[in-house]
Design a protein around this ligand. Structure first.
Ligand SMILES: C[S@@+](CC[C@H](N)C(=O)[O-])C[C@H]1O[C@@H](n2cnc3c(N)ncnc32)[C@H](O)[C@@H]1O
Length: 341
């Protein structure tokens, strides 16, 4: 039986959570390097940030030149548990760790901390993969993890990362940003689109250089960017200005208008007309709703506590405080019931 058949496939729900669900996306039947353009030797020690349910780990396990060391981390505990139980036994040098940081979409039950150090030492990895992960992080998280990425890479290591990009330079009236656009108003982790100049400058400030950039397969989709530790005189191979503009999010099929031309436009095509019209006040964002529920619970507990302190006579018959009060009555020095018994 081939390794491919003996390595378990993650359940459909987990595959659905990370994106591609077809079994072929989790397989590597030829055993060839999973990223053919990377230099030989890059696969020696692999760190997989946001490894999900082991899609890439599974393909690396089938690679003829299997990594000597693989570490995968993810915010989703269920997927990490699955990888520990099903993939590590196939090769114990493949290890997985739950990364206990908050993600509204992927890990709402985690600790309320936005980032944490990678659980590995400095300069240990020849390849870091962050496939479709920065596309789900808030700006401050991205700044932090670019620094972590530079920390754990070997001097000659490569980080393969993916991004959605737009061009803030085309918003002339907004010189101070935005540098990140969020697909969802309520859940930043749904998808994040970065200003490409901001990305380059942020990576540079964190000691990184762009070794290669690959535009997306279709305009607006994920770019692949190889990062490496910055050396003096490194030139970033990353497009700005006109170069690559046709692949950005928001690039139009026509060239951008010249300032000063104000012709009336034809009626809109009505792409959003099918959306239901809302008349009620909008619901709270999930985090605010959670906070509001906790506040209400706290207020109710405080009220009951105050009633208990005031004595059984001060509380409503039948309430929690009234019942506790009744039980406590037996221990009162004067033993006089005061709560309407
Ligand atoms: C679109 S999936 C990609 C999974 C995997 N890289 C792949 O290509 O199959 C994004 C993954 O990033 C993880 N993730 C999101 N935010 C994270 C964070 N702050 N730290 C670690 N993992 C995170 C999610 O749990 C999810 O598994």
């Amino acid at each position: 039986m081939s390794t491919q058949q003996t390595i378990p496939l993650p359940p459909f729900e987990m595959r659905h959570l990370v994106g591609p669900t077809a079994p072929e996306d989790f397989d590597n039947p030829s055993g060839e390097p999973i990223y053919p353009h990377l230099p030989a030797g890059t696969y020696d020690a692999v760190f997989d940030f946001g490894c999900g349910c082991g899609r890439l780990a599974r393909r690396l396990l089938q690679q003829k030149q299997r990594p000597h060391r693989y570490v995968g981390i993810d915010a989703h505990k269920g997927m990490i548990d699955w990888c520990i139980e099903r993939l590590s036994p196939i090769d114990p040098s493949f290890r997985f760790f739950h990364h206990d940081v908050y993600s509204p979409g992927y890990a709402p039950g985690n600790s309320y901390q936005l980032a944490a150090p990678f659980p590995v030492g400095d300069g240990e990895f020849s390849l870091l993969i962050a496939h479709s992960v920065f596309t789900h992080l808030a700006r401050q998280q991205t700044e932090y993890y670019l620094h972590e990425l530079a920390r754990v890479l070997r001097p000659d290591g490569i980080a393969l990362t993916t991004w959605f990009f737009f061009d803030n330079d085309s918003f002339r009236f907004l010189p101070e940003g935005p540098y990140c656009l969020f697909l969802s108003e309520a859940d930043f982790s749904a998808a994040v689109i970065y200003d490409r100049r901001w990305f380059l400058e942020t990576a540079r400030r964190r000691g990184l250089a762009v070794r290669m950039t690959f535009p997306p397969r279709s305009p607006g989709h994920q770019w692949v960017v190889w990062l490496e530790r910055r050396r003096p005189g490194t030139e970033d191979r990353f497009p700005l200005g006109q170069e690559g503009a046709e692949w950005l999010c928001g690039a139009t099929e026509k060239p951008i208008a010249k300032p000063g031309t104000r012709e009336p436009l034809s009626p809109a095509t009505g792409r959003h007309q099918a959306l239901p019209v809302r008349h009620e006040p909008p619901p709270l964002f999930p985090l605010l709703a959670e906070l509001a529920a906790t506040k209400a619970e706290l207020a109710a507990t405080k009220a009951e506590l105050a009633a208990t302190k005031a004595g059984p006579g001060a509380c409503e018959r039948g309430s929690w405080a009234w019942r506790v009060g009744r039980r406590m009555v037996g221990y009162r020095a004067d033993d006089r019931p005061r709560c309407g018994v």
